[in-house]
Design a protein around this ligand. Structure first.
Ligand code: 5GP
Length: 187
């Protein structure tokens, strides 16, 4: 079985910056584009950040067993990995990189075992997290508080991951991620 990399983190922990840096680097990684029933945010494009489905379409695909895993990450908002994503990436002989919520991450780790490196990105503190989410300003205050409540819940699962990267300094966190993944791919 081919190798996979899993990234999970509370939203606002800097996970996306770390992932984007890795995808622009030299390692043979390819992003697993998840499906979601939430609406596109900002500049997001269908088939780039996500495959955007209506809730009805998403539920139909669950019924048709098209997902490797799926979660109702936020009330009424579904997210999931289509099985076809794995085939698309492995065909290119690349290592799959997942950006999923904590529960999804642990589920994928269970499926792939030693073939998966599960990385948890931790913000230095909840205060730093709140400040980062406010600065991003793409969500309403209510949405931000919802994300913080979820973050507090998710931090409790950090220990179940193979490694934790504390994102105190972004460029150091990026280097750490790159080294860990390089070693995992080569081993
Ligand atoms: P956002 O709405 O900020 O793009 O994502 C919200 C959360 O959903 C993030 O924690 C993200 O990692 C997670 N997520 C994205 N795709 C998937 C997926 O395919 N499965 C699961 N379980 N979570 C996902």
């Amino acid at each position: 079985m081919e190798k996979v990399i899993i990234f999970s983190a509370p939203s606002g922990s800097g996970k996306s910056s770390i992932i984007n840096n890795l995808l622009n680097g030299k390692l043979p990684l390819e992003f697993s584009i998840s499906a979601t029933s939430r609406k596109p945010r900002g500049e997001e494009q269908d088939g780039k950040e996500y495959y955007f489905f209506s809730r009805e379409e998403f539920k139909q695909r669950i019924a048709d067993d098209e997902f490797l895993e799926w979660e109702e990450v936020y009330a009424g908002c579904f997210y999931g990995t289509l099985k076809t994503e794995l085939e698309r990436i492995w065909m290119k002989e690349k290592v799959v990189l997942f950006d999923v919520d904590v529960i999804g991450g642990l589920n994928i780790k269970k499926i792939f075992g030693d073939k998966a490196l599960a990385i948890f990105v931790e913000p230095p503190s909840i205060e730093v997290l709140r400040a980062r989410l406010n600065k991003r300003a793409t969500d309403t205050t209510e949405k931000i508080e919802e994300r913080i409540a979820k973050a507090e819940f998710e931090l409790g699962f950090a220990k179940e991951f193979d490694v934790i990267i504390v994102n105190e300094n972004l460029s150091l966190a990026q280097k750490e991620a790159e080294q860990l993944i390089k070693k995992f791919i080569e081993d």
